[in-house]
Design a protein around this ligand. Structure first.
Ligand code: DP6
Length: 352
């Protein structure tokens, strides 16, 4: 009988308020701009991953929501290779350690939300996998250092290594060692921040983020302007808005950045359309609501798909959700049954 070593970790989904869109190095997954996100709470949208290791296992395997998936892809292989080499260094320093770096892994992951809904599942998935394996291997690296490994799985995954308000610093080095996630503020810094997820469609997106952003980098002139002129000042304004709990600025920048990102998609050739008519109705509705109240009480943002995430503060919940449900339940394509109200963020840094 051989021992089985096991560890589990979970990572929540994060939703960017300053979008990552574009790679300067596709192998190392290095971005063309820094980005900022909010990590949702563990109990709402998260991936839970358990990893087992034994000298008897014949091959690495991955189960996602009970279904076997191939592990033979560059993204997963890259992450596993790096984690194994860090473990190997520990084993070389202490020959009494079991040689986990040489053994195969069984990885079992579960999402507590529909994977097909296009809700940044790969971000939570890679972050949970890296966190679980680093726990199994008892690696001394902190969450920021581990975020560099998660980044290679999926860029946005590096931000899910932390709870709360998180920046992915693009870095400057060619080897990517300074392209990592850092926490701007913990979840409890802004306790009344909430998010509502509006599922407009749970169909798989027709242009993946990975290929969509490459088309944008290669063909959009507007993209150069976004990366060089728009994002750098916006980054420091967003950090300040978060630190000051300034919802007016946070919300305004969030909406502008979502619009700027989707504008570069439209400026790509051929153009990429992620927003649907229902998405556009949500955008108009939020502006009408904010105008009627006379300040920004709700802010929308859209990733590479038609689903909206609406950030708001809890004292405005009744008016924000009342308007959303009241108006949108009559809109074709709006699925009220699928929409969820999510309190954010309660995640804790995964390193703790
Ligand atoms: C629109 O992280 O999914 O959600 O690095 O190719 O895996 P890859 O891309 P991914 O892109 C996310 C794009 C986005 C914006 C964001 O999360 O910042």
């Amino acid at each position: 009988m051989h021992e089985i070593y096991t560890a589990s970790s979970s990572a929540p989904v994060n939703i960017a308020v300053l979008k990552y869109w574009g790679k300067r190095d596709t192998n190392l997954n290095l971005p063309t701009n820094s980005s900022i996100s909010v990590t949702l709470s563990q109990k709402d949208l998260r991936t839970l991953t358990t990893v087992n290791s034994s000298r008897n296992f014949e091959k690495d395997s991955l189960y996602l929501n009970g279904v076997s998936h191939s592990i033979e892809n560059d993204r997963t292989t890259n992450c596993l290779e790096q984690l194994r080499s860090l473990r190997q260094q520990l084993e070389e320093d202490d020959p009494n350690l079991p040689k986990l770096s040489q053994w195969k892994l069984h990885i079992i992951s579960e999402n507590n939300f529909p994977t097909a809904a296009g809700l940044a599942s790969s971000a939570a998935g890679f972050a949970a996998m890296v966190a679980a394996i680093s726990k199994l291997y008892e690696l001394p690296q902190d969450a920021s250092e581990l975020s560099r490994i998660a980044r290679k799985g999926s860029g946005s995954a590096c931000r899910s290594m932390f709870g709360g308000y998180v920046a992915w610093e693009m870095g400057e080095k060619l080897d990517g060692t300074d392209s990592k996630a850092v926490q701007i503020a913990p979840p409890e810094h802004w306790p009344n921040m909430k998010a509502a997820i509006c599922i407009v469609s749970d169909l798989k997106k027709d242009v993946s983020s990975t290929s969509g952003m490459q088309t944008t980098v290669q063909t959009s002139e507007l993209f150069q302007y976004r990366v060089n002129q728009v994002v750098p000042p916006r980054y420091s304004q967003m950090v300040d808005a978060i630190k000051n709990r300034d919802f007016e600025t946070f919300g305004t920048l969030t909406m502008k950045d979502s619009n700027s990102f989707h504008a570069t998609c439209l400026d790509s050739y051929p153009p990429i359309f992620y927003l649907t008519d229902t998405s556009k109705k949500i955008i108009k509705l939020i502006h009408t609501l904010n105008d009627a109240i006379g300040k920004v009480v709700a802010a929308y943002t859209f990733d590479a798909g038609p689903n909206a995430v609406i950030y708001y503060e809890s004292e405005n919940e009744e008016v924000v959700l009342g308007v959303l449900f009241g108006v949108l339940s009559n809109v074709d394509g709006w699925n009220e049954m699928n929409s969820a109200t999510l309190k954010v963020p309660e995640g804790v840094p995964l390193s703790s």
